[in-house]
Write a protein that binds this ligand. Structure first.
Ligand code: RAM
Length: 335
């Protein structure tokens, strides 16, 4: 009985404080946590590919731990205009935060800025948005080490000599373009002077288009020694083409691939845990909404089972180092 009275009283005090807080302008409707927690909209580049599905599984796991709700939806092909519709929907439906992997950093910027102006917290991850249009960018490993590593992987396979090409995703994707920039910078170093980058092609993270681009590369460059495909869709398609054309011994393939897809053909590819990636992004969104994390360099957050992460230059939070898969270890990874 006594307990009930205390509880009722506490409820009244909480209600009064809440009302006072709101009338005093503390908090705002967008960042106000409801009984169901924060509503977070996760927009991938597009739905229907394993990596983004894995991101959503991780984000939903984090949301469960944090008491939030994550909605996962987006276009069905790599389309920035398609993403804008989902951004607008998130705003109209009163979501507190948007987590987005942008297909084109600039094309989504105006819609993201409109969302932010309405109080929605914008977090980019994977494919960054224009820095002025997002609060924090959650990066997998840092872009430089991803770019450098792939040049080293293919270089070590071809004896650091000969022609190489890059099979990328969308020509507008900031993650792909930044990695390619670092690949080019790495290739300019003395160690790699025997390697020539002959062509960069784009398969738009579409299986058929990527396979077509890979076939065209093989035809146009009969002396091609290696291909880097920094996209899970592209590298899987490229591996299939090489196998079908019995060219696995002749052209070495590396890139960013899922162990589950690359197991039969792997020599050396890399990635990171895509589930942890989505998990971290939701922890970032939640802590920003809670006012516990700002985007200032050195700010830290505790991200559940991942432990502590901090904000680095460019308002960027990094997930982890790349995981390198080889024949020797790939069976230990199940994603
Ligand atoms: C593809 C997408 C994604 C990238 C991964 C490695 O699935 O292009 O943006 O991070 O590959």
């Amino acid at each position: 009985m006594k307990h009930k009275k205390v509880a009722a009283l506490t409820g009244l005090v909480v209600a009064a404080v809440t009302v006072l807080g709101l009338t005093a302008g503390i908090g705002n409707a967008r960042t106000a946590k409801t009984a169901a927690g924060y509503k977070v909209y996760l927009i991938p580049k597009f739905i229907g590919v394993p990596v983004f599905t894995q991101n959503s599984i991780g984000a939903k796991l984090a949301a469960k731990e944090l008491g939030d709700t994550v909605t996962y939806n987006g276009p069905t092909t790599a389309s920035a205009t398609g993403q804008v519709q989902f951004i607008n929907t998130a705003v109209q439906q009163g979501y507190n935060a948007i987590i987005i992997s942008a297909d084109d950093p600039n094309a989504v910027a105006p819609a993201l800025k409109r969302a932010a102006a309405k109080g929605v917290k914008v977090i980019s991850y994977d494919g960054d948005a224009a820095p002025s249009a997002r609060y924090i960018f959650v990066s997998p490993p840092d872009a430089k080490s991803i770019g450098q590593a792939q040049v080293e992987w293919v270089g070590s396979e071809i004896g650091y000599k000969g022609q190489i090409a890059i099979l990328s995703a969308a020509a507008t994707a900031a993650n792909q373009n930044t990695w390619i920039r670092y690949m080019k910078a790495t290739l300019a170093q003395p160690k790699y002077k025997g390697m020539q980058l002959v062509k960069v092609v784009y398969g738009n993270d579409d299986d058929a288009q990527s396979a077509q681009q890979m076939q065209a590369l093989l035809q146009a460059y009969p002396n091609l020694k290696g291909v880097i495909s920094p996209t899970t869709v592209g590298v899987a398609a490229a591996a299939r083409v090489l196998t079908q054309q019995h060219q696995c011994g002749k052209v070495q393939l590396t890139g960013l691939g899922l162990p589950s897809q690359m197991r039969p053909s792997v020599k050396k590819v890399g990635l990171w845990s895509e589930t942890d990636f989505g998990y971290l992004a939701e922890y970032v969104a939640h802590n920003v909404l809670d006012g516990k994390l700002t985007n200032a360099t050195g700010q830290t957050l505790r991200a559940g089972h991942l432990g502590v992460r901090s904000v680095g230059p460019g308002h960027t939070i990094i997930l982890s180092k790349p995981i390198v898969f080889t024949k020797a270890n790939i069976d230990n990874y199940h994603f």
